[in-house]
Design a protein around this ligand. Structure first.
Ligand SMILES: NC(=O)c1ccc[n+]([C@@H]2O[C@H](COP(=O)([O-])OP(=O)(O)OC[C@H]3O[C@@H](n4cnc5c(N)ncnc54)[C@H](O)[C@@H]3O)[C@@H](O)[C@H]2O)c1
Length: 288
């Protein structure tokens, strides 16, 4: 299967490319940034293209069976608010419409946890937050993802192409885990996404599963780690920070508040990475 990966030179993209190449896919890697060709060191040649230009999008998708679309301005505050909305909407619309024009077999793309109401300045209506806690965009970045999901639904219906949108949580690479203990002192420091996170390798796996599993229409699922980023029990965090928010079910001791049941069911997604196994174990001090 030949797959175009957009945003291939980015944080998630380079791991997605690596994972797909390792699993035997023929990958067309594309990004607006990075050294072209083999110099990007991705394991697939990098083709430079600007996704806000429809013609360039058609060129980088032509000949592929599917697309994993990750190229976007990846957070609020990186560009002006209107520019984030305009650019992301242009990129998502162009990729979805080019996929339909070319008759691709699958579109997998990065939506975001931010569509669920982050940074929860208004507390969530219930916890764990699931796919139905939507749409609650509070930034033009989140709005661009909400509009992307709406666009995906219609383009999928017009074209018959199955779309899978991944509402990805805060992505952590192995080198990011060293900062995690710094979050534990203040429960409010990460309330903005209800203490969620996801390992970049689990994001790559979710993308690959979304390519491989048979799906219909346009479906959007939360992709997060199975646990929170905090070292104390989840119920304690909720009691301290969201005391008035009802829990819809009993929680495991450190269970995520970004429910991944739908991703498990649709994709067979099971996260295998956690800060708990990534952080070097702290040896107890030796008595002198
Ligand atoms: N990083 C996170 O925590 C997170 C969380 C949820 C969703 N996401 C989404 O996942 C995707 C990947 O995020 P990331 O963290 O790897 O971001 P990133 O910024 O590292 O990668 C995104 C890539 O998109 C490329 N890009 C931007 N504008 C482009 C354009 N006009 N044409 C072509 N390419 C363009 C950038 O050059 C960059 O390499 C994004 O869609 C982002 O919104 C990220």
């Amino acid at each position: 299967m030949r797959v175009t990966v957009t945003g291939a030179f980015g944080k998630a993209g380079r791991v997605v490319v690596e994972d797909l190449v390792a699993h035997g896919y023929d990958v067309v890697a594309t990004d607006v940034a990075g050294p072209p060709g083999a110099d990007a060191g991705l394991g697939a040649d990098l083709v430079i293209a600007d996704l806000t230009d429809y013609g360039q999008v058609v060129e980088v998708l032509a000949g592929s069976d599917a697309v994993v679309h990750l190229g976007n301005i990846p957070a609020p505050g990186r560009a002006t608010a209107p520019e984030t909305l305009h650019q992301n909407s242009a990129m998502n619309g162009n990729v979805f419409l080019a996929a339909a024009r070319l008759g691709l077999r699958k579109v997998v793309w990065a939506s975001s946890e931010t569509t669920l109401g982050l940074p929860f300045d208004t507390p969530p209506r219930y916890l764990p937050v699931d796919e139905d806690h939507f749409p609650h965009p509070t930034t033009t970045y989140a709005l661009s993802k909400v509009l992307g999901e709406q666009t995906a639904a219609h383009v999928s219906a017009w074209s018959g192409i199955p779309f899978v949108g991944l509402r990805i949580s805060n992505i952590h690479r192995p080198q990011d885990y060293a900062a995690v203990p710094g979050y534990w002192g203040d429960a409010r420091s990460r309330r903005w996404n209800a203490w969620g996170y996801v390992d970049v390798r689990d994001v790559a796996k979710a993308c690959r599963l979304a390519l491989e599993v048979e799906t219909t229409g346009s479906q959007n699922v939360i992709v997060a780690a199975a646990d929170t980023i905090m070292d104390r029990p989840t119920a304690e965090l909720v009691a301290e920070v969201f005391p008035d928010v009802p829990l819809t079910r009993e929680l495991g001791e450190f269970e995520t508040l970004l429910a991944i049941d739908a991703a498990r069911e649709l994709l067979g997604y099971e996260p295998t990475h956690s800060w708990r196994t990534e952080l070097p174990t702290q040896e107890p001090p030796t008595p002198s």
